[in-house]
Design a protein around this ligand. Structure first.
Ligand code: ZN
Length: 410
C-alpha cells in the first residue's frame, strides 16, 4: 500500500529538498507505530494531573476600549507555521528526520519571539473568512471580492495559519506535544511527554496554547477575537485524537476506540471555535494535488468531509499540501478538479509563496492566495524578506543544528 504522507506544505521547498528532508520526514510518517511509552489514548483528561491555571484579569477588547477604526485596503499578510518543536533536543538529535524538522518548523522559543515581534510591529490577527466574501455581479454571477477591513488605527492585518495540527506520530517522537485537551477549568491545554518521559500538561508548550495566552495578555493583537486557522488532514486523526478509519481495521474494538476519540475531540473543537480559532481542509491524505488525478482529488475530498469535516464543520478554505495546486500550477486555469472543490463550498485556495499574493478568479467564485512560511528554511535564508515580520537573527534558536548541511546566509 502506498504510504500516506507527511507534513510539509510547500511545493518549491519540497522539490529542492526532495532527496533529503522530505523523504526523511516521509519515512517517519503514517506507518510509524505509536511509541510504547505513549499513554493509552482512551484516558480522559481528568486522569492526568492538571496544573492549576493562572487566571488573568480580563482586559477590555479593542472594541470596548474606544479605539478608532480605519479602513484597510492594503495587503493582508498571511504567515503560516507548523506545530512548534517544544523539546529541541529530541528534534535536533542527528537522526534522519532532523533536516526536515529544521527546514519546516520553528522552535517554541522562536515562535514566542515571532509573536512578540509581530505584536511590536503593530500587526493584528484577522480571520481569513473576513478578508474576502461573495457577491452577485451585474450578470447575476456569484464571485468573490476583497472586503475593506475596519481596523484599529495603526494596525496591520495578518492571517496566521497552522498546517498539520494533527500531532502525527513522528511529531510525538521528535519533541512536539501529543495533543490538545480540555482541562478541568474548561480551557485548552496541551498534553505530552518531556524527554524523560514525564507527563506534562501545560499551556506554555504548544503552538495553540501559547497564542491563546499571548492574546489574553495582549488583546489588541486580535481583531474581532480572531486567532489562527488550523489546517487539518485526517489520515492520523485530528488535534492528537485518532479519529480516522483504517483499511483492514473493522473490529468492534477499533471502532469503539475511534468513537471514543471522536467523543473526546468534539468539545475541544468547540472550545477552539469559541475562542477565535477556525478550521480549513489540508486534504485528507496530504498528497500533492498537482500530481493527482481528478478521481483521486474527489476521493480525497470525500474522505476529508466524512472524517474531518464531519467533526470540525464547514469550511471555505482549502490549504494545499506542498502548496500543490488543483489548477496544476497555473492559477489562471480553472480545471475540473478545481471546479469540483469549488462546487463543494471551497472559495479560498491557499498555497505557499514568497509574498502574501492573492488573485480573485474572474471566471468562478473563488480566490487564490499564497502564504509566507515561517520556518527554519526561511530563518536561515530569507532574513531580509521576512524582516517586516521579525529579525531572524533575533528570534534564532541556538539549539538548531550546525554544519555544512545547515547553512545560514546572514
Ligand atoms: Zn502540510
Amino acid at each position: 500500500m502506498k504510504k500516506l504522507v507527511i507534513l510539509i506544505c510547500y511545493a518549491l521547498i519540497a522539490v529542492v529538498f526532495a532527496a533529503c528532508a522530505a523523504k526523511s520526514v516521509h519515512d517517519a510518517g503514517k506507518d510509524t507505530p505509536v511509541p510504547s511509552e505513549l499513554p493509552s489514548l482512551t484516558e480522559t483528561p481528568d486522569e492526568v494531573s492538571v496544573i492549576e491555571p493562572v487566571y488573568l484579569t480580563p482586559t477590555p477588547t479593542p472594541e470596548t476600549a474606544g479605539v478608532t477604526l480605519v479602513p484597510w485596503d492594503g495587503i493582508v499578510e498571511h504567515l503560516f507555521f507548523h506545530p512548534v518543536i517544544t523539546y529541541t533536543e529530541m528534534a535536533f538529535d542527528g537522526d534522519s528526520q532532523e533536516k526536515g524538522l529544521d527546514d519546516y518548523m520553528v522552535t517554541l522559543s522562536e515562535y514566542e519571539k515571532i509573536l512578540q515581534s509581530l505584536y511590536d510591529r503593530n500587526y493584528i490577527l484577522v480571520n481569513i473568512n473576513e478578508v474576502w466574501s461573495e457577491y452577485t455581479n451585474d450578470s447575476g454571477q456569484t464571485r468573490m471580492k476583497r472586503n475593506t477591513l475596519m481596523l484599529p488605527e495603526g494596525k496591520i492585518p495578518i492571517i496566521l495559519s497552522y498546517d498539520d495540527v494533527n500531532y502525527y506520530t513522528y511529531m510525538l517522537e521528535n519533541g512536539m506535544t501529543y495533543r490538545l485537551m480540555l482541562g478541568r477549568d474548561g480551557e485548552i491545554w496541551s498534553y505530552g511527554l518531556d524527554p524523560q518521559g514525564n507527563v506534562v500538561v501545560s499551556q506554555d508548550l504548544d503552538t495553540i496554547t501559547v497564542l491563546d495566552k499571548f492574546v489574553k495578555e495582549h488583546p489588541d493583537f486580535s481583531h474581532n477575537g480572531a486567532k489562527g486557522m488550523l489546517n487539518l488532514t485526517g489520515y492520523q486523526g485530528i488535534l492528537g485524537y485518532r479519529t480516522q478509519t483504517e483499511k483492514g481495521q473493522d473490529s468492534p474494538e477499533f471502532e469503539a476506540n475511534r468513537q471514543n476519540e471522536i467523543a473526546r475531540v468534539r468539545p475541544i473543537i468547540q472550545k477552539l471555535k469559541d475562542t477565535g480559532w477556525y478550521f480549513a481542509s489540508h486534504s485528507f491524505a496530504h498528497n500533492n494535488f498537482e500530481k493527482m488525478s481528478y478521481n483521486g482529488a474527489v476521493a480525497d475530498a470525500e474522505r476529508w468531509f466524512a472524517e474531518v469535516g464531519s467533526l470540525v464543520g464547514e469550511t471555505q478554505v482549502l490549504v494545499y499540501p506542498y502548496g500543490g495546486r488543483l489548477d496544476k500550477g497555473d492559477f489562471k486555469n480553472t480545471g475540473e478538479a478545481f471546479k469540483y472543490y469549488q462546487s463543494k463550498g471551497f472559495r479560498i485556495f491557499a498555497s505557499v509563496g514568497n509574498e502574501s499574493f492573492s488573485y480573485i478568479k474572474p471566471d468562478i467564485n473563488a480566490v487564490i492566495c499564497d502564504r509566507m512560511h515561517s520556518d527554519g528554511y526561511t530563518l536561515r535564508r530569507e532574513r531580509e524578506r521576512y524582516s517586516k515580520f521579525y529579525d531572524a537573527a533575533e528570534v534564532w534558536d541556538d539549539s538548531r543544528p550546525t554544519g555544512d548541511e545547515y547553512p545560514i546566509n546572514w
